[in-house]
Design a binder for this molecule. Structure first.
Ligand code: SF4
Length: 328
């Protein structure tokens, strides 16, 4: 039986933080079961960041190094940069012809993002309105039948499915499968200050931090504010360290809860133990990152080979699409 096919992408944001690890770990699992295409979607970065493009190439490279360090395997998955496979753009153009404007304007994330991201920059552009069509093209150019998504991305996938139905109906074809969502179990790690983890809040822990940098961040984690002295009992449920313990120090979490509630451990000591566990868990990733950094050409080689492989699949899809549309 042939394997299902997956496409998934990430906007290049440079070095990733440990909150992204659960997404990549999910991809690492999927590459065992599916034929996977993973891409930094650099054209998507332009939909909101077209004014300052100076860092895109470096951000793309750093992100791919994090992917590879965290276990994505170019022998198992096709890893490439979106803009290196121009067929994404051609399919985006063709799907733009068939997608009603009203579908894009009613997309729930459109107005929301206009408000959130619009402050100080003009994102009322053609490209920004149409980015769900580009997203659909990214998936459909590989005729992927499965897309790993979080709940928040479901509306975009539903739009991609509508685009498929309309295209297949208009051209009386079955060129595209309707991609199905594969809801991912993603653990949401908070930032060290309890807010959403984000580089822009400076509350993140980069996957590539070294042991000292990691300790500096763990040391600053927000604990139970009511625990003023070491002799005061604490409440782990309100403490960021406890949330991290559940992920990185599962085997000691019950002991730590009991110690916290009876003032049997100081917060610095509790944080140090967490940091040691995190270092233990991140060490293999750091080792792979060091190997990749010592071989600067290897990432380019992987991305070039990935783009060649992706292009073959994408070109075949476009051949069929042009044929049913009677163009080219
Ligand atoms: Fe948090 Fe640990 Fe301090 Fe309890 S002892 S408040 S879990 S850091």
């Amino acid at each position: 039986m042939s394997k299902g096919r997956i496409f998934s992408g990430m906007r290049p944001t440079g070095k990733l933080h440990i909150g992204h690890l659960s997404v990549i770990e999910n991809w690492v699992r999927l590459q065992e079961e599916y034929q996977c295409f993973f891409a930094p979607v650099d054209w998507h970065a332009l939909t909101t960041g077209y004014e300052d493009t100076a860092g895109i190439k470096e951000d793309t490279r750093e992100m791919v190094i994090d992917w590879l360090s965290a276990g994505l395997d170019p022998e198992k998955s096709t890893i490439f940069v979106q803009s290196h496979v121009k067929e994404h753009a051609e399919l985006h153009l063709l799907l733009s012809m068939t997608t009603p404007l009203s579908w894009l304007e009613r997309c729930p994330t459109y107005k929301e993002q206009l408000q959130q991201l619009g402050a100080g920059r003009d994102i009322r552009t053609y490209g920004f309105l149409g980015y769900p069509v580009l997203m659909a093209a990214d998936i459909l150019v590989y005729r992927a039948d499965t897309v790993p998504v979080g709940e928040d991305q479901l509306p975009h996938l539903e739009l991609a499915r509508e685009i498929v139905r309309r295209f297949n109906h208009l051209y009386d074809s079955q060129v595209f499968p309707e991609p199905q969502p594969k809801l991912a179990k993603i653990s949401m790690l908070p930032g060290i200050d309890k807010r959403k983890m984000s580089k822009s809040y400076d509350n993140d822990i980069a996957i590539s931090s070294n042991a000292e940098e990691l300790w500096e961040k763990v040391r600053l984690m927000i604990t139970d504010p009511a625990r003023v002295r070491k002799t005061d009992p604490g409440d782990p449920e309100v403490c960021v360290v406890h949330t991290y313990n559940k992920i990185y120090n599962d085997e000691e979490v019950e002991e730590r809860i009991a110690q916290c509630r009876t003032a049997g451990i100081g917060c610095i000591n509790c944080k140090r133990r967490l940091a040691d566990k995190m270092i233990e868990s991140l060490n293999p990733i750091w080792e792979r990152r060091a190997q990749l950094e010592n071989n600067p050409g290897i990432v380019e080689e992987i991305l070039t080979a990935g783009a060649d492989k992706a292009r073959k699949q994408a070109a075949e899809t476009l051949r069929v699409v042009r044929e049913v549309m009677n163009i080219g």
